[in-house]
Design a protein. Structure first.
Length: 187
């Protein structure tokens, strides 16, 4: 019995020492390891974020270098004043692509003192549906030419309009859209 008390005391002491070791040493050590692991994960996230920002900055720098406008590029975007054939063909092709009939004529264009180049004016009459006219306008405004939309009007073709010679071949309910453009020209 004496040995069993010694064994119980020894086991109790060992259990208490082990418990104290776990509470005082191992748990703080595991907590410290967990904190270090969280710091490593946060560092990895920050690194990934920095890499992403660096790639965005490189892409922006590349785009910026590609977008730099040189006099040669500007010259490509301006219309030849004496023969704006390319621009007129562009208007006609765009109208055809959007399913519109087109009539192009010259139009007076107000010159501003702040205009960096000379300009010529075009009045473009489109006949078709309104959605196609808007597609036409969007394609023109997003083209590579330096063009400014000066005025825009749309009118529904009525039975009265069809009686005029000009609109006889068109259907009642179609839209006549008149857009005036200011196209900048080469000096």
């Amino acid at each position: 019995m004496f040995y069993s008390k010694k064994i119980i005391i020894f086991l109790s002491g060992s259990l208490l020492a082990t418990l104290l070791l776990v509470v005082l040493v191992i748990i703080p050590l595991l907590k410290n390891i967990n904190d270090i692991f969280e710091d490593i994960l946060e560092s990895k996230r920050d690194l990934a974020s920095f890499k992403n920002e660096a790639s965005k900055a490189e892409a922006f720098d590349e785009d910026y270098n590609n977008l730099q406008i040189t006099p040669e590029k500007i010259d490509q975007y301006l219309v030849q004043e004496s023969a704006p054939i390319e621009l007129i063909k562009f208007f006609e092709d765009t109208a055809k692509d959007t399913g519109l009939l087109i009539d192009i004529s010259s139009a007076p264009v107000p010159q501003k003192a702040s205009d960096p180049w000379g300009a010529i004016g075009f009045s473009v009459e489109l006949i078709g549906d309104f959605a196609s006219s808007m597609k036409f306008l969007e394609k023109i405004e997003n083209s590579h030419y330096f063009i400014e939309t000066h005025s825009f009007s749309a009118k529904l073709i009525t039975q009265k309009d069809v009686s005029y010679k000009r609109y006889q071949e068109f259907l009642v309910g179609q839209i006549v859209t008149i857009i005036e453009f200011k196209a900048y020209t080469k000096q």
